[in-house]
Write a protein that binds this ligand. Structure first.
Ligand SMILES: Nc1ncnc2c1ncn2[C@@H]1O[C@H](COP(=O)(O)OP(=O)(O)OP(=O)(O)O)[C@@H](O)[C@H]1O
Length: 639
C-alpha cells in the first residue's frame, strides 16, 4: 500500500509550534502531525518532544493532553488525601475535647426532670418541689431537703431542651464509646414521654435515630452503619421485642426465658439469639422501633393506665469504618433504656402478678443504683451480677462508657414520698468517690476548663467542616475528571461499518478544539483486524515519505530563513508541494502585497477550509474523491 504525501496532508496540525510550523499551520494545517509536527519538531528542534497523537471517536488528540488529564487526576487524588489527613487531625481534636468534657462533667451524669401538672382541674394546695438549674428542693412536713444534679429540667422544659443535653453523649457513641441513657422514676412521671414522646413532641429515641443518621451523613472521613435490637427485661427474664411474633398473644415463659447473656473473654456482652436488624435510614429505624414498642408488655395499675411493667431496652450498634481508623472498624453501643416504674408497691395496690412485677422492677433498679455507685466511687468490685439488667449493660456502664440517668419526679404533694425515694436513688447513683460535695473553687475551675474545651471543640468542628466542604469539592472534580478519562477517552471500538475517517476526525477536532479535551488514547493497530493494519512495506514507504517531507520542510525552512526560495514551473510539486509553496509565499510576504492569493489546484483537488486552523482537501471530480477517501481510510489504518 503506497501512501503518498498528499494523503498525509489530510491531517491537521493543531499543535504545531514555532516559526515554520506556525507558518505551515496557517495554510497547511492538514499535514499529518506525525509526519510534520512530530518528525519536523524532532528533527529541527531536538529539545521539543515529539507530539504523538491519539485517534479516537472525538478526533485526533495529542497524547500529552491525556497525560495532562492523568496528571490532573493524580494531583486531585493527592489533594484529597492531604485534606483527609488534615481532617483527621481536627476530628481527633474534637473527639478528645469532647471526651475530656464528658470526663470532667463525669462519665456518669444524673439529670432530673419534673413533670408538669397534668390535671388542671385538680386543686393544687402546695407545690412541694421547686427546681433550680442544678438543684431540686423538696418540702416535706416542716423540713426542706436539697438534691444536687448535673442538670435539672423544670416543668416547662420541652423535649428539645432535654435532647440538647443528650446530644453530646450520642456524639460520643459515634466516636466509639459505649453509651447508656436511662429514664428512671415513679410510674406516671414521664419516663416514656421523655424517651419516646408523642408524635407532636418526639422524645429522645426518635430524635436520636434522626440525629445518628444526620451525623453519619455529614461525616466524610468515616462511614457508619447501624443496627438495632430491642429487648424487654420482665421479671428477670429477657424478651426479644423485634423477634417475629409468636402465633399466640399470650406471654409464653418458654420464649421469654430463652435468651442468655454471654460475655466474651474481652468483656464484651452479647445476648444470645437477640434479633438485630440493619437500619439503613431513620425512617426504617423508626419503623422497627415502633414495632418493638408495640410488643412491649403493659398492664393496668392504679397509677398509670399504660404503665410499663418491665424495662425496655433499645440498642443501636454503631459500626464505624473510616479513613481515620486506617481501614479498621470500630463498634460501639448506644443503649436507650425506659426503666420500669419505681413505685412503692403498697401504693399501687398491686397483688399477685402485678406485685411480683413491681418487686422485680424494684430489685433490678436497686442493683442498677449499686452498680452506678460502685462505678462512681471507682470501687474494685462492681456488682453487675445482681440483676439481668446490669449483666446486659455490663460493657456499657464502666470502662470509658458514658452514662446518663434522667430521674423523673412528680410535682404533686401526694407523690412527695415517691419523689423522695427517686431523689435518694439519684443521690446514690451520683455518689462521688469521697461522698462529699465538690468545693466551690474546684467547681469553678472545672467550669472554666469545660468552657475552654468547648471552644476548642467548636474550633475543631469548624475546621473539620471547612475541610469537609473542600474535600467534597475536590472529590467532585476528581469524579468528573475520572469520568472524562474513562468515558470520553474510551478507546475507539473496532467498528467495521464505520471505519475511522481521517476527514471525520479532522472535522470533529476542528469543531471541538481545545475546549473539549475529551480524547482517548487508542492503539488502533491493536484494535484493527489484521488485514487492515499496515504492512512492513507500507510502513517503510510511509517513513520514506515522512523523511521526504521532513527533508523538504527542512530545506524550506532554511530557504524561508534565507528568504531566497523561488519556485519555477519546472519544479515538480504535488499537492503538498503546492501548499508548501503557498506557505512559503505567505511567509516570504508575496501574498501580503495585495495580490489575490491563488487557490492552489492540483488534479482537480482544491483546498477547502473547514476551520481557520485546519483544512481538508476535497475534490469536485467523483473518481478523485473516491480515491481520496480510500486513501484517507488507508492513512487512518496506518496510524
Ligand atoms: N413533660 C411532660 N409534658 C407533658 N406531658 C407529660 C410530661 N411527662 C409526662 N407526661 C404525660 O404524663 C403521662 C404519664 O407519662 P408516662 O407514661 O411517660 O409516664 P411513665 O413514667 O413512663 O409511666 P410508667 O412507668 O407507668 O410507664 C402521659 O400521659 C404523658 O403524656
Amino acid at each position: 500500500m503506497f501512501i503518498s504525501s498528499e494523503e498525509q496532508i489530510l491531517f491537521h496540525s493543531e499543535h504545531a509550534s514555532e516559526n515554520v510550523i506556525e507558518a505551515f499551520k496557517s495554510t497547511s494545517s492538514n499535514l499529518n502531525p506525525d509526519s510534520v509536527n512530530g518528525s519536523l519538531a524532532a528533527a529541527e528542534f531536538p529539545d521539543s518532544p515529539p507530539v504523538s497523537t491519539i485517534y479516537t471517536d472525538v478526533g485526533v488528540i495529542p497524547e500529552h493532553e491525556k497525560d495532562e488529564q492523568e496528571q490532573l487526576i493524580s494531583n486531585l487524588e493527592r489533594e484529597v488525601k492531604q485534606l483527609r489527613n488534615e481532617q483527621c487531625v481536627f476530628d481527633k481534636k474534637r473527639r478528645e475535647a469532647l471526651s475530656k468534657i464528658l470526663d470532667i462533667k463525669g462519665s456518669i451524669r444524673v439529670f432530673c426532670r419534673v413533670r408538669p401538672f397534668l390535671l388542671p382541674e385538680k386543686r393544687i394546695t402546695s407545690e412541694p418541689v421547686s427546681a433550680a438549674s442544678e438543684r431540686i428542693r423538696v418540702k416535706l412536713g416542716g423540713t426542706r431537703k436539697d438534691f444536687e444534679f448535673d442538670k435539672v429540667f423544670p416543668q416547662e422544659a420541652n423535649q428539645g431542651s432535654v435532647f440538647v443535653e443528650v446530644e453530646p453523649v450520642l456524639r460520643s457513641a459515634m466516636d466509639g464509646h459505649n453509651v447508656c441513657v436511662f429514664a428512671y422514676g415513679q410510674t406516671g412521671t414521664g419516663k416514656t414521654f421523655t424517651m419516646n414522646g408523642t408524635n407532636e413532641h418526639p422524645g429522645i429515641i426518635p430524635r436520636a435515630l434522626e440525629e445518628l443518621f444526620c451525623q453519619a451523613s455529614l461525616e466524610n472521613s468515616s462511614s457508619f452503619t447501624f443496627s438495632m435490637s430491642m429487648l424487654e427485661v420482665y421479671m428477670g427474664s429477657l424478651r426479644d421485642l423485634l423477634a417475629p411474633r409468636p402465633c399466640s398473644k399470650a406471654y409464653e415463659p418458654v420464649t421469654r426465658c430463652n435468651l442468655n447473656i454471654q460475655t466474651d473473654p474481652k468483656g464484651l456482652v452479647e445476648v444470645e439469639g437477640l434479633s438485630e436488624v440493619q437500619i439503613s435510614g431513620s425512617a426504617k429505624a423508626r419503623w422497627w422501633y415502633d414495632k418493638g414498642r408495640r410488643a412491649r408488655s403493659t398492664s393496668w395499675t392504679n397509677v398509670n393506665e399504660a404503665s410499663s411493667r418491665s424495662h425496655c431496652l433499645t440498642r443501636i450498634t454503631i459500626f464505624r469504618r473510616g479513613y481515620a481508623l486506617e481501614g479498621k472498624s470500630e463498634i460501639s453501643k448506644l443503649w436507650m433504656v425506659d426503666l420500669g416504674g419505681s413505685e412503692r408497691l403498697l401504693k399501687t395496690g398491686a397483688v399477685g402478678l402485678t406485685l411480683d412485677e413491681g418487686r422485680a422492677i424494684n430489685l433490678s433498679l436497686s442493683a442498677l443504683a449499686d452498680v452506678m455507685a460502685a462505678l462512681r466511687r471507682k470501687r474494685s468490685h462492681v456488682p453487675y451480677r445482681n440483676s439481668k439488667l446490669t449483666q446486659i449493660l455490663k460493657d456499657s456502664l464502666g470502662n470509658g462508657s458514658k452514662v446518663l440517668m434522667l430521674v423523673h419526679i412528680s410535682p404533686y404533694e401526694e407523690d412527695v414520698c415517691e419523689t423522695m425515694c427517686s431523689l435518694n436513688f439519684a443521690k446514690r447513683a451520683r455518689a462521688t468517690e469521697s461522698n462529699k460535695e465538690i468545693p466551690e473553687e474546684l467547681r469553678r475551675q472545672k467550669e472554666k476548663k469545660i468552657m475552654e474545651l468547648e471552644e476548642e471543640m467548636r474550633e475543631a468542628e469548624k475546621e473539620h467542616q471547612k475541610l469537609r466542604d473542600q474535600i467534597q469539592k475536590a472529590e467532585f472534580k476528581l469524579d468528573e475528571q475520572k469520568k472524562v478519562l474513562s468515558t470520553t477517552y474510551k478507546p475507539k471500538e473496532n467498528d467495521d461499518s464505520s471505519p475511522i475517517s481521517p476527514k471525520n476526525n479532522v472535522k470533529e477536532v476542528t469543531e471541538t478544539p481545545k475546549a473539549s479535551k475529551k480524547y482517548v488514547k487508542s492503539n488502533i493497530s491493536n484494535s484493527m483486524p489484521r488485514f487492515m493494519t499496515s504492512t512492513v512495506a507500507s510502513r517503510q514507504r510511509q517513513s520514506a515519505s515522512e523523511r521526504e517531507i521532513v527533508g523538504r520542510s527542512r530545506s524550506l525552512r532554511s530557504a524561508i530563513t534565507r528568504g531566497s526560495l523561488q519556485f519555477s514551473g519546472s519544479q515538480s510539486l504535488n499537492c503538498s508541494d503546492l501548499r508548501l509553496k503557498a506557505v512559503i509565499q505567505n511567509s516570504t510576504g508575496k501574498s501580503r502585497l495585495g495580490e489575490t492569493t491563488e487557490t492552489p489546484k492540483c488534479n482537480g483537488l482544491e483546498s477547502k477550509s473547514t476551520h481557520p486552523g485546519s483544512r481538508t482537501i476535497t475534490s469536485s471530480e467523483p473518481n478523485v474523491a473516491v480515491t481520496l477517501r480510500r486513501h484517507r481510510r488507508r492513512m487512518s489504518d496506518l496510524i
